[in-house]
Design a binder for this molecule. Sequence first.
Ligand SMILES: [Zn+2]
Length: 243
Amino acid sequence: MISSPDNTIESIILRDASKQFRSALSSNIVNTVLAFATSVFLVIIPFGISWSNLWIFQAVGLTTTVYSAVVYWRFKAKPSTSFTVHCLFLAVLGFLLAPAPAIFFGGLLYGFAGYQMASVRYWMRQGRNSQLIRCTRDGGEVAVFGGTSLVCTKCSRLLKVGFDVPVRWRNIGLGALIIGVVLRIIVALASRPIADILIIPAGPLLANGIVVAFSQLNSYGALRGSVRLPPNVPSSPGSPAPS
Ligand SMILES: [Zn+2]
């Protein structure tokens, strides 16, 4: 573990990680408030939902938010790649809370915070392993661009800590989305006992699948630029321009 990075790529990863910890904390706070307000509403208005079905989301949501705050403040005081273990716990908690009942987005903000933490963990581990840091999509070498950004020297894509994850993780997320949608359809059609069982995995799969799918919009160009990199090997003067 390295506490004071002299490597510029690692210092960019740590700087971006700090922003992602703050962003995840904001999402967790907003979702905790939304989930609490929803629970109060559902209990006051007689929908037949009792507090006993909702308190577990409140308890885990509040715990996650407090934990997320402690991790952010501790990281801000002393940034280090040793925070990967906290990223893992925060990611798992976020994914578990993604199907929490709440107005507007449900528990999706918890899920997005979990996704960010998973991505931060991935980049921190890369930064810690003192090997060549590689692009999540094509394995190209990652370099510093403009002193403040990370760029893949193979696909020229700007890489972002907190959004970019390995292709395999993306495929798992999109697989979860498809299975979640299929389960939801079966739940709507199936008889009561089968539906009651299938709705349990359908919630987390669907919610986290949506989180991964939306995060890819950012990761895959909709909101993301690529840059024109100078060629690694300068061409000799007078050589014909490449077609
Ligand atoms: Zn690349």
